[in-house]
Design a protein around this ligand. Structure first.
Ligand code: ASP
Length: 398
C-alpha cells in the first residue's frame, strides 16, 4: 500500500500544478473519501468508548487510565502552547508587517465579546441526536462515557447491550479496513485539488511573502512537539523509534490527506493495534485523545494570536500571555479534530487579547496547508498518549 501512497502524493502534486482545472473538477472524489471516513467516525466513537469502558469492568481501573490520559493531554498541550509562545516571543515575526492588513477589515462587530457560556452550552446539548446531526463530537464523547459507566453500574442485565455494541464496533473497524484500500485514490484527489486551488489563486507564490517567517516558526514549533514526544516514546516507553515511525506513518499520511484527526481515528486505532497497544487502552484513550488532545491546534491558536498582536504593535503583559495560554488550550480542545476547526475556534483566543476577528483573513490563504501539518502533529500526539498510558497502566498492573 505504501508505494501506491507515495505515487499518489507525487502525481497529486504534479497534476495539481499542471492541470489545475481538471483536478478541481474531480475534487469530489476526495470528498467522497472523506465522507466515507466521517460516516464511520461517530458510531465508532460511541461503540469504541462504550465497549472499552464496559470491557474494563472495574471502574477503579478505568479511573487510572482516565487519569493518565487526562494528565498526558494537559501536559502535552501545555508544552505545545509554551513552545509556540517562547518561539514567537524570541523571533517576533509580526514586527514589520503592516497593521493595515488586519485593521482594514475590522468592524465594531469584530470586537463584540464571545460569551464563554455559549461555548459551554454546546458541550451539554438537550438532544444528543441533534448534536450528532451537527457533528458535534464533544457531547457524544461525554454521553458515551456516562452511558458506559451506567452499563457498568447496572451490571448483568446490561451485558446484552454492551455485547451488541462490541459487535457493532468490530463491524465498523472492518469497514475501515476495507476503506483503507481506497486511500491512494482519495489522497491523490485531495492533494491535487488543494494544490490546484492554491496555484490558481497565485497563493503558492504569495505564500513566499511576509508570513513566511511566521509559517516557518510555527512548523518548527510542531517539529519540536513531535520530537519531545518521540523522546517520551523511546526513552520512557522503550519503543524502537524506527519501528514506531514506520507503523505510525499510515495514520500520519491519512491525517495529512484528510486534515482531520477525527476522520483519521479509525486508522489511528489500527496503528495502535500494530504497535501492540492493548485494546483496553487504545479503545478508551484514542477516541478521548482525538477529541481533546489537539496540541498542534492549541499551538497554532497561541502563535497566531501573538503574531497578530505583534503586527498590531500590542505589547502583551505576562498576564495577557497567560490568558492566551489558557484560551489556546480550550480553543484547541474545542476544535475537536475537524478540518480547519482550529481556525474557527481561534476567535476565542483573539477575543481574549482584543484582536479584531478579521485578522483571521490574514491566515486564510495558508490555513489549509498548515491544517494538514497540525493535524499530523495532533494524531502523533494521540499515538504518543496511548503509548505512554499503556506504559504506566502495565507498570501499575504488573
Ligand atoms: N484539523 C485539525 C485536526 O483535525 C484541527 C485544526 O487544527 O483545525 O486535528
Amino acid at each position: 500500500m505504501f508505494p501506491f501512497i507515495l505515487l499518489s502524493i507525487f502525481f497529486g502534486i504534479l497534476c495539481g500544478i499542471f492541470f489545475p482545472q481538471q483536478m478541481i473538477a474531480i475534487k469530489w472524489i476526495g470528498q467522497v473519501f472523506i465522507n466515507m471516513l466521517k460516516l464511520i467516525v461517530l458510531p465508532l466513537i460511541f461503540c469504541a468508548l462504550v465497549s472499552a469502558i464496559a470491557s474494563i469492568g472495574a471502574i477503579k481501573k478505568l479511573g487510572s487510565i482516565g487519569v493518565y490520559t487526562l494528565g498526558y493531554v494537559l501536559f502535552s498541550v501545555s508544552i505545545a502552547v509554551s513552545i509556540g509562545l517562547i518561539l514567537l516571543n524570541t523571533f517576533q515575526p509580526g514586527n514589520g508587517v503592516a497593521p493595515s492588513l488586519i485593521l482594514a477589515n475590522a468592524t465594531p462587530i469584530d470586537l463584540k465579546p464571545v460569551p464563554f457560556s455559549s461555548y459551554l452550552l454546546t458541550l451539554f446539548p438537550p438532544n444528543i441526536l441533534e448534536a450528532a446531526v451537527k457533528y458535534e463530537i464533544m457531547p457524544i464523547v461525554f454521553f458515551s462515557i456516562v452511558f458506559a459507566l451506567s452499563c457498568l453500574s447496572v451490571g448483568k442485565t446490561a451485558h446484552p447491550v454492551t455485547d451488541f455494541i462490541s459487535g457493532l464496533r468490530d463491524i465498523f473497524v472492518k469497514m475501515v479496513i476495507w476503506l483503507m484500500y481506497l486511500t491512494p485514490v482519495g489522497l491523490f484527489s485531495l492533494l491535487a485539488a488543494a494544490i490546484a486551488e492554491a496555484s490558481l489563486q497565485h497563493l503558492l507564490l504569495k505564500s513566499l511573502g511576509g508570513m513566511l517567517m511566521f509559517i516557518i516558526i510555527f512548523l518548527f514549533g510542531l517539529f519540536l512537539q513531535i520530537v519531545w514526544q518521540l523522546a517520551v516514546i523511546v526513552f520512557l516507553a522503550g519503543k524502537n523509534s524506527k519501528e514506531f515511525l514506520s507503523t505510525a506513518s499510515n495514520a500520519l499520511i491519512t491525517a495529512f490527506a484528510t486534515s482531520s484527526s477525527m476522520a483519521t481515528l479509525p486508522v489511528t486505532m489500527l496503528v495502535a493495534k500494530e504497535q501492540n497497544i492493548s485494546d483496553e487502552v487504545a479503545r478508551f484513550v484514542l477516541p478521548l485523545a482525538t477529541t481533546i488532545n489537539l496540541a498542534g491546534t492549541a499551538m497554532y491558536e497561541a502563535v497566531s494570536a501573538l503574531f497578530f498582536c505583534q503586527v498590531l504593535g500590542y505589547d502583551l503583559s505576562i498576564l495577557a500571555q497567560i490568558g492566551v495560554f489558557l484560551t489556546a488550550i480550550l480553543a484547541g480542545m474545542g476544535a475537536t479534530g475537524i478540518p480547519e476547526g482550529g481556525l474557527i475556534t481561534m476567535v476565542m483566543v483573539l477575543r481574549a487579547v482584543n484582536v479584531p476577528v478579521s485578522a483571521i483573513g490574514l491566515l486564510l490563504p495558508f490555513d489549509r496547508i498548515l491544517d494538514r501539518f497540525r493535524t499530523m502533529t495532533n494524531v502523533w500526539g494521540d499515538l504518543a498518549c496511548a503509548t505512554t498510558v499503556e506504559y504506566f497502566h502495565t507498570k501499575k498492573n504488573r
